[in-house]
Design a protein around this ligand. Structure first.
Ligand code: PLP
Length: 426
């Protein structure tokens, strides 16, 4: 029995009045606190400032093959970047393409091209089919869902469990419906749950039978090196698992340095089978003569090798971990006794995913906004912005300062308490 169930209506009303008083006091402070998007804070951006001074002279502007990077060429990236990022993604340099500044951009390109031309081995362009659908484990990343919505790709929700998507649901859908052409996955420190897929989930994704022969896994490994602890989650290599299962062309893997160096000015990449990459590059070569090689070279010179990258990410963690800890501590102290409220404790990534009782998230987010706290809109973590249980709230603790974060989470907890109490009185 929760504490609310043991209280009489009169006592509930008195408690509600005192919570509302607290809320009004926050409101009168005219706060402006933003926890809507997973943006690094200024201290994190400062960690990469030295990168900007690394390319000074003509001699600095040659790649490891001796090519002058000031000129056109290198559609799929400079060799230095392929070697470095292939190691980061645990693939071979032949299985990687280095792109521009945004992995979301490459994901959008991949899907747009699939609609126009299909993917390697497609019997027809996807847009020529009566319908195309994607499996969307949810809660998930709103911008993945936006791409599908824009391209008129239907979205089928499957539940996220503690070790990844509900594979019983995924196998059933992918195995029976040929219009299902793919699945979105954020396999490590997922957005927003912070979950890392188990080996079993990876193996089942790699090995499952699919009704569409050209089914693809969109493996968005955005948080591959973004650990918060010294004992990171381990993620099985999906490319190897797919090859071993006889589906070598099943995966498109994506990542970027947006949250390693500078969001919007990082380096993005895609890894996939050589067949897939060659098919993709044919179309890419019409779209562009090549990406920004200066940025690629700068990144490799700055991040250097696996150990330097690790040390750099530890500096990010030193800034981020106290913020995550603060959020988790306040959630525990303010809401720990509410059995209908739950949250995940991630070992990395950028988010904490909070579930309120059903039917409360929209009201909580709106109320927090009244007190000057901006959260990701309720529902955004589901396709079409529709959380069927209206309960998921994504918290992005990275950008605000510790003191701002403390206030913002206290306000959020207060709003949750008020909304729960109001509902129990109605
Ligand atoms: N993928 C996920 C899961 C993200 O959370 C984000 C940003 O928040 C991105 C991709 C965006 O990546 P990029 O900056 O490389 O486009």
């Amino acid at each position: 029995m929760s504490d609310l169930e043991t209280l009489g209506a009169a006592e509930l009303k008195t408690r509600l009045a005192s919570l509302k008083e607290k809320f009004d006091a926050f409101k009168h402070q005219n706060l402006s606190l933003n926890m809507a998007r997973g943006k690094p804070c200024p201290e994190q951006l400062d960690l990469s400032m030295d990168m900007l001074g690394l390319l000074k002279t003509k001699d600095d502007l040659k790649d490891s093959n001796g090519n002058d990077i000031r000129n056109y060429g290198g559609l799929d990236g400079i060799p230095d970047a392929k070697t470095f990022f292939a190691e980061m993604l645990e693939v071979s340099p032949k299985e990687i393409l280095i792109g521009g500044n945004s992995s979301l951009n490459i994901m959008h390109d991949t899907l747009s091209m699939a609609m126009f031309h299909g993917v390697y081995g497609s019997p027809a362009p996807w847009s020529k089919l009566p319908s195309v659908k994607f499996i969307c484990p949810s809660p998930g990343y709103d911008r993945h869902f936006a791409i599908c919505e824009q391209l008129n790709i239907g979205m089928v929700v499957v539940d996220m469990l503690d070790d990844g998507p509900d594979m019983d649901q995924v196998e059933k859908l992918a195995g029976s419906d040929p219009s299902i052409k793919g699945i979105w996955c954020v396999p490590k420190y997922s957005n927003p749950d912070g979950i890392t897929y188990s080996d079993e989930v990876v193996d089942r994704l790699a090995g499952m039978e699919t009704a569409a022969a050209d089914f693809r896994i969109f493996w968005d490994n955005a948080y591959i090196v973004h650990h918060l602890t010294d004992r990171p989650d381990l993620l099985k290599n999906i490319m190897k698992a797919c090859s071993a299962a006889g589906h070598p062309d099943r995966v498109f893997m994506y990542s970027s340095t947006s949250k390693v160096t500078f969001p919007g000015a990082g380096v993005a990449m895609m890894a996939s089978s050589e067949n897939n990459l060659n098919f993709f590059k044919k179309q890419l070569s019409v779209q562009t003569i090549g990406p920004d090689k200066f940025n690629q070279l700068r990144h490799v010179r700055f991040l250097k090798d696996r150990d330097t990258l690790k040390a750099h990410m530890r500096k990010h963690a030193a800034i981020l971990k106290p913020k995550f800890d603060t959020v988790l501590k306040i959630l525990e102290s303010e809401l720990g006794d509410k059995k209908e409220v739950s949250w995940h404790k991630p070992n990395g990534g950028y988010f904490i995913s909070l579930n309120t009782p059903d039917g409360c998230a929209k009201e909580v987010v709106a109320m927090a906004a009244e007190a000057g706290v901006t959260l990701t809109p309720a529902g955004a973590t589901f396709p079409y912005g529709n959380d069927p249980r209206d309960r998921n709230i994504r918290i992005a603790p990275s950008f605000p300062s510790l003191s701002e974060l403390t206030t913002a989470i206290k306000i959020l907890c207060l709003c949750i308490e008020i909304v729960i109490m109001k509902k129990s009185l109605s």
